[in-house]
Design a protein around this ligand. Sequence first.
Ligand code: GRF
Length: 200
Amino acid sequence: MNVAHRVAVFASGSGSNFQALIDASEAGTLHAKICGLVTNNPDAKALNRAVKHQIPVFVINPADFSEPEVYVWELLSKLQEWNPDLIALAGYLKKVPEKVIRAYPNRMVNIHPSLLPKFGGKGFYGKRVHQAVLDAGEKESGCSVHVVTPEYDEGPVIGRATVPVKPNDTAETLAKRVLDQEHKLFPTIINQHLKTLKSP
Ligand code: GRF
């Protein structure tokens, strides 16, 4: 088992996917150490999860910077310090600056709660995704992990899990069914993707 890999996580909210990665790392099923959490939100529950597991945190909100280059420089500096092999976006609601994405080519992945390319792109986040799935009368939904490129949700999909859409589903019940799959899919696909990268 190669635990030398380092994964940094970006999350803005609850961080249940972040927790799934922490749990998998601690259980040894994710073959990587979580080397840090970046969040834009000082009230994110994800922060408490990081502190509880002694994971370094970096709170940085682009809205607090009058000069975008300074924000990018600070974010890149922190990442250089943590030296991750991979960055995992787990419910991160800010656009990652293009310069940061380009600094980690093929080394940044995102989890999205739909079967991409369906229901992805700008405006498709949170409950809106699941409501759109229901409104479209889909029989199946799920989640996707994709490599991050400068366009929202458009990088190559490297893993998917499907769930049925049930006749009485609400956006909430469907979200929960999808989220349960996300927690299994994300560590699995991160392991697979780490194997394709050069060893640290
Ligand atoms: C998940 O549904 C994920 O697919 C999306 O944002 C949500 C984050 O949930 N990108 P959590 O914060 O991990 O609970």
